[in-house]
Design a protein around this ligand. Structure first.
Ligand code: SIN
Ligand code: MN
Length: 270
């Protein structure tokens, strides 16, 4: 069971050691309902930022909504998300990436073992792993609907050699290989399984509104959603302003261009 850490002073040392953190804050159900309603409406529109499961019209994910939707624009400024990111990174931040992975019932496909920093460093040239993912559970997430599985402490391995060549732009510029089940820059299964054996794994589960932070270099994966329950997971990546990459070749809905430090809005409401 994932117990929240209540002592503010211990948050950073827990995160630095384990590479993840379950926030004691839980977003109100009205906030989650509002965000979910916007994500469902935006996902029904046509546009390159909407990605489908292979060979289907089932929405796999949607990207960059904080750039074009007012509810999402405000969400990324709520203290529960932005304040936590600032606390963990210790410096001003901006939103580098925003996505919602929908994991539709019975259809949502797996994500192989990987480290997010492999994409940000190898594709965009992000200099250091001075970024953090804040995950917002939009649905109740349990063992059966394809929760994210992370390997605590695996971020301390640094970047692990990928099965691809690891050269900049290794996917030949095809950003779809960064959002599909055929993922570029994976961690080899054997390496991930050895790490999981040694360090154990943690499932990112909980009720809708729960918030987790996890490290750019932590090894993680998730399985197919064979259950009747959707598992929509919203992920905001905050990057330190001092760590903005310069190689801006991927579309803006995957890599935000505006690196102005964000300011929090007053309360955790929309
Ligand atoms: C991710 O690794 O970025 C997301 C995986 C998932 O949605 O399960
Ligand atoms: Mn990931």
């Amino acid at each position: 069971m994932n117990e929240p850490i209540q002592t503010s002073a211990s948050i950073r040392s827990f995160y630095e050691r384990e590479g993840w953190f379950l926030s004691p804050d839980i977003l109100h159900e009205g906030v989650i309902a509002r965000v979910t309603e916007r994500i469902e409406a935006l996902s029904a529109q046509e546009g390159p930022e909407v990605v489908y499961e292979k060979g289907t019209r089932t929405v796999r994910g949607i990207h960059g909504c904080h750039l074009f939707d007012d509810v999402c624009r405000r969400l990324v400024r709520l203290p529960a998300l932005l304040g936590l990111a600032e606390e963990l990174l210790g410096e001003p931040v901006y939103v580098y990436q925003f996505k919602v992975n929908m994991k539709q019932p019975g259809e949502g496909a797996a994500w192989p073992w990987h480290q997010d920093f492999a994409f940000w460093n190898r594709e965009d040239g992000m200099p250091a792993d001075k970024a953090v993912n804040i995950a917002v559970l939009l649905d109740d997430v349990h063992q059966e609907n394809g929760p994210l599985r992370i390997i605590p402490g695996s971020h301390r391995q640094g970047l692990i050699d990928s099965e691809t060549d690891g050269t900049p732009g290794g996917s030949g510029g095809d950003w779809r290989k960064h959002v599909s089940a055929d993922l570029e820059h994976t961690v080899p299964d054997k390496r991930a399984e050895d790490l999981a054996q040694e360090l154990g794994t943690t499932l990112v589960t909980g009720r809708a509104g729960s918030l987790y932070a996890f490290h750019p270099t932590i090894v993680h994966a998730s399985s197919n959603n064979l259950s009747p329950d959707r598992r929509a997971l919203l992920l905001v990546t905050y990057n330190a302003v001092s760590n903005a990459p310069e190689r801006l070749t991927r579309p803006e809905f995957l890599v935000s261009r505006d690196t102005t430090p964000l300011a929090t809005v007053g309360t955790n409401t929309l």
